[in-house]
Design a binder for this molecule. Structure first.
Ligand SMILES: *[C@@H]1O[C@H](CO)[C@@H](O)[C@H](O)[C@H]1NC(C)=O
Length: 177
């Protein structure tokens, strides 16, 4: 019993230490790739993968054909961080297509920006078409404004965009980095 209570006390103090270093402000969220996954029991958790921003090639997204989409513009963002967050997100997938399940919100944090892909149904889209959505937002909102738009083509009802990483919700009400 004594041993158990010592272990319990040690655990309690180590978790207190951990709690103290866990970032509490949304802007302290670590840079990198995050993905919401749902297990067979229906429980969701968010997985994290570091991303090497040093080796990310930056290819500015170009605005493409304007078409009617579900879209909106938002708050100011830094264009360089937007490019890096988008590169993190798209380069964290292998191959030319991205496959996601419904509600599998996937995002990258880079500094004060969060870039996201929101699948509202199971599907797959080409990386070109996801980058096309980001490029469309840039053309529509300006290079220093957040926004999102529908991802055209491929299968599924998805949006993609980027926002300030300041606790703002994206993909669905109440969800944030
Ligand atoms: C959509 O993706 C396909 C396949 O990569 C590509 O050929 C096409 O140019 C893309 N269209 C847009 C508007 O992004």
């Amino acid at each position: 019993m004594k041993v158990v209570s010592i272990i319990a006390a040690a655990l309690a103090s180590s978790s207190a230490t951990i709690a103290a270093i866990v970032p509490v402000q949304p802007r302290d969220v670590a840079d990198g790739f995050y993905q919401v996954v749902t297990d067979d029991a229906g429980n969701t958790r968010t997985e994290f993968k570091a991303f090497d921003f040093g080796s990310a090639k930056t290819s500015p997204n170009e605005a493409r054909v304007l078409e009617k989409r579900a879209e909106a513009c938002g708050s100011p963002v830094n264009a360089g961080e937007v490019d890096q967050a988008n590169e993190c997100l798209i380069n964290s997938f292998f191959g030319n297509n991205v496959y996601l399940r419904k509600n599998q919100w996937t995002y990258c944090v880079r500094g004060k920006v969060v870039s996201f892909i929101c699948p509202y149904s199971d599907g797959d889209k080409s990386k070109n078409n996801i980058s096309g959505a980001w490029g469309y937002v840039r053309g529509k909102c300006g290079s220093n404004k957040a926004g999102y738009s529908q991802v055209l083509y491929g299968n599924g009802d998805w949006t993609a965009g980027y926002a300030p990483n300041d606790g703002i919700s994206f993909c669905t009400a109440g969800f944030h980095a």
